[in-house]
Structures are given as structure tokens and as C-alpha cells.
Write a protein that binds this ligand. Structure first.
Ligand code: FAD
Length: 478
């Protein structure tokens, strides 16, 4: 008997519930990846995500080769209906060619993919197939947590309190062994999917190791080094004070269950074990993002808080937007972040908040513009987390930072990058800036001229006041 395991963003062999169930129920498993970005509409993977995906698929293939198999890759037809026709066609072809009687897969929660999957599931069930789906990427499916009144959560802390009670008992699943793997007669070559950039802008991405093994290595580094001071270290962008697991989690190369389990095991016999709660709570934000996206599927495009619809954004400013993207705003901490993003496909969380605040508050550009740029350039671009992050900073989101709390990038920079090490790393023009000038180089006109660094694109003080006025107007205040 044969089952197809339809791999998507669950690119790992360990703790993979669909794979485990398929091997338990069937003699032979076909590991299949279907490339169908057109079925994800405007949220098809961006350029940085495609780079990651390529390498992650290659790594999964290597993992399967250790079990004397290979990842079967099929490019879905783009002429079939975009709401799932391509994936369904690819699955039906694989079923016909292999005699499979089952299709097992792990769930995704993005609105278009959800709809597509339901369509595919119904069609395959009507064909008489055994179809089953599993939760591989979250501690809890988004519909499994609700308030006492049975409503979705809109505030993080009570959501987390509820979720926290269900985490400890969840252990990861082992890689099934032995794995009896099969093939499809017409598997495409990974390179033919053309996921890698044609221009060589991704050179700086080499610091990453996509794939299951890379995820485990990253987790080991974090466990050995940073998790002990996570609560304070996580806010300092010059350090690797966070786990940097976000792209690995996004592509399902590792699960929150595995992360928590390994961290607990790592410290189980140590006397001064660090408090893991602040880190687990941060993973809880990821679950919250998915909870929100599930219950409120238009949050990637529409204000979560409808009252915010009255807010007047400034006219779209192509010039300012370009300088923001290029890391040439003249605000050092913001430019450091935007350049880190471009060079490595990742940006530190604290700095994500600062660059988003400058765009949405000082420049008053719509948060969707920033969300889109992040979508294309982040290796961890994730519909749930990105939408939540942007709406949180813009002040339009669930449990958001209030609009009137506008970050001052200079004081933030002085606080979290006191020596300017992060800025100096990413903004070479300011490498030798003396003292406070690294945070605010415009305070010495002669130095600014010499450095070749741009003047600020916007006056921080007056733009802050303008933003607050626009906000007061939206609230109907005099
Ligand atoms: P750690 O601090 O080590 O945290 C561990 C994990 O918890 C992360 O890998 C991530 O999965 C999750 N997590 C941590 N913080 C958050 C958070 N605030 N919201 C949701 N999940 C969180 N995260 C993404 O994964 N993809 C995105 O597209 C994304 N876009 C963002 C956009 C903006 C404007 C902002 C402010 C934040 C965004 N985040 C996004 C959240 C956060 O910045 C990243 O998850 C974090 O920086 C990843 O680094 P890390 O793995 O070292 O995090």
C-alpha cells in the first residue's frame, strides 16, 4: 500500500506528524513537493524566501537520501484554475502513476492556502482517497484556543495564559525508521523551479544553513550561548542574543515542540538553569499571529482595528520609500537595519520595530508598503507574523502599541546600541563616528559632510508632531 506525503512548509523528517501517520498506515511513502506559487496569490513567496526554499528543499532531499529515497518535485500546471487546480492535478497524476490510495499533509493557515487545501481535500475524498491533515507547526491549532465566551483572543496576555497550560505535555515525534520511500515517474529537477535569484544579491545569505540540520545547529548555538540572557540580550541588535530560528520555523524545518523539548533537555541536569519562560512567551507571539490570521484572514491587508480606517496617511512618497528601502534615510539605526535586511535577509526584532515606526509614523506611509517590502526581502517572511508585526507598530493591530507611542530612533539607538557597534557594522560611513554622533550624525554638520552619510530624510521632532495631529484628527478630537 502506498501513501503520498505532500510536503509544503514542514520541510523536516523529525516531528513530522503526516510522515509518521503515513508510515504507520502504509507500506510505502512518496515524499512529494508541489511547486504552485500562483496558488498563493499576492503572497506567493518573495525573493528571499525563494532562496531559502530552494536550499531547504535540497536539504530535505539529502535527508531522504539517507533513507535511500529522494524528494519528488513537481511543478504544478499554471494553466489550471489558480484555486488549487494545479496542485490537485499534480496529486492526481502522482496517485495514478504510483497507485497511492492516501494523501497525508501538514496544515498551513494562510487564507488562500487554507481554501486551496480544502478544495483539494474534498476532490481527493470524492475520488475515494484516504486524506488526512495534521498540525506540525504550532503548539495548538488556531481554533483550539478561545476565550471563556468562545471568542477568538484579541489580546496576547490572556491568549498566552491559556496556551501556556497546554505546552508542557507536548513532546516531539521521532523520525520514522525504517522509511520505505517511493518515487513518481516524472519528478522535476529542483533547479528547474528557478527559485534562486538570477542576480547575485544573496551572497550575504551564506551565513544561513537552511534545512533541518541547520535548524538544529542554530538551536544548539542558542542553547549553549544566548538563551541564558535572552530576557536582556534579546533587545541588543549588535549581539546574537536571539535564537535566529525564525526562517527555520517558518519553513517547518523545526517545530516549537522540538525547540521547547530540546531546551528543557539541555538544562535538565544543570544547577543554574536559565528561565526559559521569556523565550517560550516569544514563541507564543508566533502562535498568536497565527490565531489572528486564522480568525481574521484580511489582516495582511486591512486594519485589524476598524477605527483606524479614519486615519489619514500621507500621500505616497516614492522617493522616501526608496530611501527607506535602500537604508539611506539618514537615521543611522534605521539604515543599519534596512541594510542588514538587504544583506542577510533578516533583521533584529527591535530594529524591525524602529524601521517600521519611521515609515508608518514619521513618514506616515501606509504599513502595507513596509509589509510588502519585508515580504520580498525577509528570509523569514511569514504572513501571520509580518501582518501582526506591521499592524502592531502602526497602531492599527490587535493588542497593538498605541499610535501615540512613537519610537524615537535616536534614544532607542542610544539605549540598545549604546556603543554604536550595530550601526558601525552596517553603516560604514559612520564606522569612525565619535561618541554620540554615531546615533545622530547631523548634530555635527562638518562631520556629516566628511562622512558621506546622508542628512535625515525627515525632521524627527516635527514629523512626530504631525503624526500625532493626524492621529488626533482620526479619533475625532478637536
Ligand atoms: P527570537 O527572539 O529568538 O524568538 C523565537 C521565535 O519566536 C522567532 O523565531 C519567531 O518565530 C517567534 N517570534 C519572536 N518574536 C515574535 C513576534 N514579535 N511576533 C511573532 N513571532 C515572534 N517574524 C517572522 O517570523 N516573520 C515575519 O515576517 C516578521 N515580520 C515582522 C515585521 C515587523 C514590522 C515586526 C516588528 C516583527 C516581525 N516579525 C516577524 C517578528 C520578529 O521580529 C521575528 O520573529 C524575530 O525577529 C525573529 O528572530 P529570532 O528567530 O531570533 O527571534
Amino acid at each position: 500500500t502506498t501513501a503520498i506525503v505532500w510536503f509544503r512548509r514542514d520541510l523536516r523528517l523529525a516531528d513530522n506528524p503526516a510522515l509518521v501517520a503515513a508510515t504507520q498506515g502504509y507500506d510505502r511513502v512518496i515524499p512529494l513537493y508541489i511547486h504552485a506559487p500562483h496558488e498563493e496569490g499576492e503572497w506567493a513567496p518573495g525573493a528571499a524566501s525563494r532562496w531559502w526554499l530552494h536550499h531547504s528543499l535540497a536539504s530535505l532531499d539529502t535527508g531522504l537520501k539517507h533513507h535511500r529515497g529522494a524528494l519528488q518535485v513537481v511543478a504544478a500546471s499554471t494553466s489550471a484554475p489558480a484555486d488549487g487546480g494545479g496542485s490537485l492535478g499534480a496529486l492526481r497524476a502522482a496517485i495514478k502513476a504510483t497507485g497511492a490510495t492516501a494523501v497525508y499533509f501538514n496544515l498551513l493557515y494562510d487564507p488562500l492556502i487554507r481554501k486551496r487545501d480544502e478544495k483539494v481535500r474534498k476532490a481527493l475524498e470524492a475520488d475515494g482517497l484516504d486524506v488526512a491533515s495534521f498540525n506540525a507547526s504550532l503548539w495548538c491549532n488556531p481554533w483550539e484556543t478561545s476565550t471563556k465566551e468562545g471568542e477568538p483572543y484579541r489580546v496576547f496576555t490572556p491568549f498566552w495564559r491559556n496556551l501556556r497550560t497546554r505546552i508542557d505535555e507536548q513532546g516531539p515525534l521521532d523520525t520514522p525508521a525504517p522509511l520505505h520511500l517511493g518515487t513518481v515517474p516524472k519528478s522535476d529537477d529542483l533547479d528547474s523551479l528557478a527559485l534562486l535569484p538570477t542576480l547575485d544579491w544573496a551572497k550575504g545569505f551564506d551565513e544561513w544553513t537552511p534545512g533541518e540540520e541547520g535548524a538544529q545547529e542554530m538551536l544548539s548555538l542558542f542553547a549553549d550561548d544566548a538563551v541564558g540572557h535572552y530576557d536582556t540580550g534579546r533587545d541588543l541588535p549588535a549581539r546574537h542574543g536571539t535564537s535566529r530560528l525564525s526562517p527555520h520555523l517558518h519553513f517547518g524545518e523545526i517545530s516549537p515542540r522540538q525547540v521547547a523539548d530540546r531546551l528543557r533537555a539541555h538544562f535538565a541536569r544543570r544547577k543554574n538553569a536559565p528561565d526559559l519562560e521569556p523565550y517560550l512567551r516569544q514563541l507564543g507571539w508566533r502562535e498568536f499571529g497565527h490565531h489572528l490570521l486564522w480568525h481574521f484572514p484580511d489582516t495582511p491587508k486591512k486594519n485589524f482595528n476598524k477605527k483606524f480606517d479614519a486615519f489619514r496617511w500621507a500621500k505616497r512618497d516614492a522617493h522616501a520609500l526608496r530611501r527607506w528601502k535602500q537604508g539611506k534615510t539618514g537615521i543611522p539605526i534605521v539604515d543599519a537595519g534596512m541594510r542588514e535586511l538587504w544583506a542577510t535577509g533578516w533583521m533584529h526584532n527591535r530594529v524591525r520595530m524602529l524601521v517600521a515606526s519611521l515609515l508608518t509614523k514619521n513618514l506616515r506611509q501606509h504599513w502595507v508598503l513596509g509589509e510588502k517590502w519585508f515580504w520580498d526581502t525577509l528570509v523569514d517572511a511569514d504572513l501571520a507574523n509580518n501582518a501582526m508585526g506591521w499592524q502592531w507598530v502602526a497602531g492599527s493591530g490587535a493588542d497593538a502599541s498605541p499610535y501615540f507611542r512613537i519610537f524615537n530612533p535616536v534614544t532607542q539607538s542610544e539605549k540598545f546600541d549604546a556603543e554604536g557597534a550595530y550601526i558601525r557594522r552596517w553603516v560604514p560611513e559612520l564606522r569612525d563616528a565619535p561618541g554620540r554622533l554615531v546615533h545622530a550624525p547631523w548634530e555635527d554638520a562638518a562631520f556629516l559632510k566628511r562622512s558621506g552619510y546622508p542628512s535625515p530624510i525627515v525632521d524627527l521632532k516635527s514629523s512626530r508632531e504631525d503624526a500625532l495631529t493626524a492621529y488626533q484628527k482620526a479619533r475625532g478630537a478637536p
